[in-house]
Design a binder for this molecule. Structure first.
Ligand SMILES: Cc1cc2nc3c(=O)[nH]c(=O)nc-3n(C[C@H](O)[C@H](O)[C@H](O)COP(=O)(O)OP(=O)(O)OC[C@H]3O[C@@H](n4cnc5c(N)ncnc54)[C@H](O)[C@@H]3O)c2cc1C
Length: 408
């Protein structure tokens, strides 16, 4: 583990923009008290939601700028990890074993997970006993392997083949940088797939991540990277970076598909084992949800364990209760991505049956949010994972959305 906020091999995605949504940030502050003051002292940039990030979306270049009454913070993924790890490490009953690769989960004859076997940097193999193992490996392969070895069914999975490619670069913020925004989110027209997110980082820097889909990959060379930016329908991002000094190389990443493994649907699951984060659901990174959902799942687990602490066997039935909670937490962020993802004709997966109607509803909701600050705030709260999507079922809101749809 680095002793400073630098990126590490285990999380190659950390070199790309990582937006921490207000929903995830608040959960981190519940898990680690006054976490927000750690963020500010480390140089994270406070961002007023609705006001500080220039939103460029089809039909709105920019979307109306409003102070929606809450903040989030912009910082590097490496710094988020560094601050979180420092807080965790401060607990006397937490020990971090470094350079230890878990090779398998150990199960007994009753199909209970009793520990893990790991290999350290010198190749030494160690079996570690455990009452509860939580797989947060980003992939979930250890759990899938143990299910296979116990002849238990794997969870069904929903996938969306998005074929997203990222290219990212970090810049020094120039002294003549625009003062009417701190970042830019440029969303593509439906017929294109080219978008960008420019956010500030600690240390007076910007990170710019470009994204394209289905083979329209942003290039990793300077000329190609700049040409990709110049192809946007606005010049905002290009004007910002054209005279800015780039720090380090342009880095790339490919993300083939979002995948949600439905552990909540399994009848049988080994006791003494849970999974969270990307091991359960890998979201399309464009909407910046993965870290926040992982944090919310950790918060939910904390609440469940606290509720069960007095029981004779607190682990009995824990997996069922926990997977029900994670499934509920995943509904909103998963649904947020489905419509924009399936607008691309090349996206693989099962389009929702009511897809055309959902697109019309989403467009009407965007129109209403542009006109009405209260609806704008509500959509930002849902997008930031502060409120569930079920708030859209409000009958009065529904009536207003239908009225906008009937305008044609
Ligand atoms: C390009 C990209 C951009 C993203 N942008 C955002 C964003 O803007 N906002 C956001 O919230 N999310 C974003 N995400 C998603 C985010 O990175 C993940 O959702 C989040 O990191 C999930 O956390 P995790 O702990 O489940 O997995 P990870 O963060 O991937 O961590 C898994 C850890 O497990 C370790 N590990 C794996 N296998 C083993 C093993 N066998 N033994 C021991 N250790 C092991 C790895 O080394 C790593 O440290 C992005 C993802 C990508 C790919």
């Amino acid at each position: 583990m680095p002793t400073d906020p630098s990126t590490r091999h285990g999380v190659p995605q950390a070199k790309h923009v990582h937006a921490l949504l207000a929903g995830g940030q608040r959960t981190l502050a519940e898990l680690f008290s006054k976490f927000e003051s750690d963020l500010t002292s480390a140089g994270a940039v406070p961002v007023r939601v609705g006001f500080d990030i220039r939103m460029e979306r089809p039909g709105y270049d920019p979307f109306p700028k409003r102070d929606l009454g809450f903040d989030s913070y912009a910082l590097s993924r490496a710094l988020i990890e560094f601050l979180t790890r420092a807080r965790l490490d401060a607990h006397v009953n937490v020990e971090i074993r470094q350079r230890a690769r878990v090779e398998r989960l150990i199960a007994d004859e009753r199909r209970t997970i009793t520990g893990v076997e790991y290999v350290d940097a010198d190749g030494k193999r160690t079996a570690l006993d455990a009452q509860l193992v939580i797989e947060a490996s980003g992939r979930g392969d250890l759990t899938l392997a143990v299910l296979d070895s116990l002849a238990l069914p794997r969870p069904p999975a929903t996938t969306i083949g998005v074929d997203i490619a990222y290219a990212s670069a970090i810049y020094e913020i120039p002294h003549d940088a625009p003062d009417d925004w701190k970042g830019v989110f440029h969303l593509p027209m439906p017929q294109s797939s080219r978008g960008a997110l420019l956010l500030p980082l600690e240390g007076r820097r910007w990170i710019l991540t470009l994204a394209g889909r289905h083979g329209d990959d942003p290039p990793g060379d300077e000329a190609g990277f700049i040409a990709f930016v110049q192809s946007f329908r606005t010049a905002t991002v290009y004007d910002a970076i054209r005279s800015a000094k780039r720090l380090g190389d342009i880095v790339r990443y490919r993300f083939p598909e979002s995948i949600h493994r439905h552990y909540e649907r399994l009848e049988t699951f080994p006791s003494g084992l849970l999974l969270l984060g990307d091991a359960v659901c890998r979201f399309n990174p464009v909407w910046g949800q993965g870290m926040s959902v992982a944090a919310q799942e950790a918060g939910a687990l904390g609440r469940l364990l606290a509720e069960r602490a007095g029981e004779r066997d607190p682990l009995d039935g824990l997996a069922r209760a926990f997977f029900a909670e994670t499934a509920a937490l995943i509904v909103t962020p998963w649904a947020q991505a489905v419509i924009p993802d399936f607008i691309h004709p090349k996206t693989r997966g099962e389009r929702p049956a009511d897809f055309e109607q959902s697109v019309k509803l989403a467009m009407a909701m965007t129109k209403l949010a542009a006109r009405d600050p209260a609806v704008h705030k509500l959509t930002a709260e849902v997008g930031s994972l502060l409120k569930p999507r079920s708030v859209y079922l409000d009958p009065e809101l529904g009536r207003r959305v239908l009225a906008v749809m009937s305008e044609g």
